[in-house]
Design a protein around this ligand. Structure first.
Ligand SMILES: [Zn+2]
Length: 354
């Protein structure tokens, strides 16, 4: 049972990114030094190094869905963690790593490794979640030693309600998953429960209600907020008329995403103790990026879009507005939603859930 649990946001941009200071989706969960990743966008291994997290400490990777902004850093990271010129497997004491994700993940990893001719000094196993719409694995898990480096992944059947409750229980931690409403064929999740703590980390979604029950009383909820009210003159949702709000919400839902207010409303439904927002559109101004020389740089796009904002205050105004909108939806006395930035680290203490 881990004593210390924390999360580090490695990528908080939506698929329209990356930007200078936000990479696409990835998040590291630190369990007493063992690292589990949720999503693995392009550049995740660079973000790990920049966050002083050794890629060698990664033992599990959970993929919420197969959109390119969530998964394209996976094979490069595997080849770094298990760097080797000759294929060898974990029987010789090499590394092993478990990957969890929707149907298609096994095929994606296997084909990419084959086509790129990559070799691994270790073993990976891909566990696919069979859903009502996708009841068959993308390709069979290997039996015995038919494939170098690939272990026998599980094909995990959903329960009668379409969820994967407590599909893994070990070391005092249980993990559950459930499908979320999103564009295309996707699975999103993750609810991780350790004694006294419950973390709910959602992938992209326009409707997280399948998690009600599983996610109740979460000590921490991470929810996307791809869309928000961005008129500089009317940043608070209370300043918008209902018609404008409905239009924005309908636009977000039509693209499989949520507004900041919707994230807050879900936090309220599950009585979350803390709410962190991620998956921001790259049309918002970037947080300033600190260079090695100590200079704070703005992206070209930001400089062009906000020529009168040399200090980057537009970003703070915008993120405060997004936090306000989520907090209004949450409407929980004394609680405030937080807009995550890359490298933000949050510790989850062990006394938060009875
Ligand atoms: Zn997506």
């Amino acid at each position: 049972m881990p004593n210390r649990i924390s999360i580090t946001f490695l990528g908080t941009s939506s698929g329209s990114g990356p930007t200078l200071s936000r990479h696409c989706s990835s998040l590291a969960l630190n369990l007493d030094g063992e690292i589990w990743l949720v999503d693995c966008a392009e550049g995740t291994q660079l973000r790990l190094v920049q966050a002083d997290i050794s890629p060698a400490r990664v033992t599990k990777i959970f993929i919420t869905h197969l959109h390119v902004d969530h998964v394209m850093g996976l094979v490069p990271l595997l080849t770094t963690i298990m760097f080797g010129l000759e294929p060898s497997n974990s029987k010789s004491g090499q590394r092993s790593i478990d990957l969890y994700g929707p149907v298609g993940l096994r095929q994606l990893v296997r084909i990419t490794l084959q086509l790129t001719g990559a070799t691994l000094a270790g073993t990976f196993s891909v566990h696919e979640f069979l859903a009502v719409q996708t009841p068959v694995a993308s390709c069979p898990a290997p039996i015995s030693d038919t494939r170098p480096n690939e272990g026998h992944g599980r094909d995990i059947q959903c329960d009668s309600d379409g969820k994967w409750k407590n599909f893994q229980e070990a070391s005092g931690i249980t993990i559950s998953a459930a499908p979320l409403e999103h564009r295309g064929n996707s699975l999103c999740w993750v609810s991780i429960s350790a004694p006294g703590r419950k973390l709910v980390i959602l992938g992209d979604t326009s409707d997280a209600s399948s998690f009600i029950g599983l996610a109740d009383d979460a000590s921490l909820l991470v929810h996307e907020a791809t869309n928000a009210y961005i008129s500089p003159r009317k940043l608070k949702s209370s300043q918008w008329d209902e018609n404008e709000k409905e239009k924005l919400r309908a636009k977000a839902i039509s693209r499989g995403h949520s507004t900041a207010e919707m994230a807050g409303e879900f936090a309220k439904q599950i009585r979350a103790r803390r709410l962190y927002l991620n998956h921001f559109s790259s049309m918002y101004p970037d947080p300033a990026w600190n260079t090695d020389s100590g200079l704070r740089r703005k992206s070209k796009k930001h400089r062009e879009r906000y020529p009168d904002d040399p200090k980057g205050s537009e970003n703070q105004i915008m993120m405060h507005a997004i936090q306000d909108q989520a907090t209004e939806g949450w409407s929980q006395e004394g609680s405030r939603a937080i807009a995550a930035t890359d490298f933000m680290c949050v510790e989850i203490r062990g006394h938060e859930v009875s």
